[in-house]
Design a protein around this ligand. Structure first.
Ligand code: IDP
Length: 151
């Protein structure tokens, strides 16, 4: 099963949006594999946003992502990258469609509530940056989430 790394950023945690965000992914039928509150270190932040190292907003981005606890998660499901990025909405909340997380809960590009990996390869790197193997739920969900809901 494909998996991705999703993270509610410090603004989302501080505004009490963890439950609402989780609900959207659960209701879509995705499967939660691991989750925890984490105070991101500067080293983890720099590794996570490595591709943006040369951007003018890099310093601001590290400051923001380490400014308070984030809620790190691993979710699994079919077409997980495409599905979760659609639920998150465009990077710039001004352009993000209503009904998406960023469209409904954010206003500024630099403070946009949620992170989602952009491909399966990045997802695995990001998971390794934030989770140990022991932290992952070690049971298999049914292929169709509804199959497990009969009892
Ligand atoms: P994504 O989070 O939608 O994948 P990326 O382009 O990978 O978008 O950017 C990573 C994060 O960097 C964004 O979610 C946002 O928080 C921040 N960011 C991107 N562009 C800007 C900008 O122009 N100003 C400030 N922050 C930005």
């Amino acid at each position: 099963m494909e998996r991705t790394f999703l993270m509610i950023k410090p603004d989302g945690v501080q505004r009490g949006l963890i439950g609402k965000v989780i609900q959207r992914f659960e209701e879509k039928g995705l499967q939660l594999v691991a989750a925890k509150l984490v105070q991101i270190t500067m080293a983890q932040a720099a590794a996570h946003y490595e591709e943006h190292r040369d951007k003018p907003f890099f310093g601001e981005l590290l400051e923001y992502i380490t400014s308070g606890p984030s809620f790190a998660m691993i979710w699994a499901g079919e077409e997980i990258i495409q599905v979760t990025r659609a639920i998150n909405g465009k990077t710039n909340p001004v352009e993000a469609a209503p009904g998406t997380i960023r469209g409904d809960y954010a206003l500024r590009k630099g403070v946009n509530v949620i992170h989602g990996s952009d491909c399966l390869e990045s997802a695995e790197k990001e998971i390794a940056n934030f989770f140990t193997h022991e932290e992952l739920a070690c049971f298999l969900y049914p292929a169709d989430p509804k199959e497990g809901m009969t009892t």
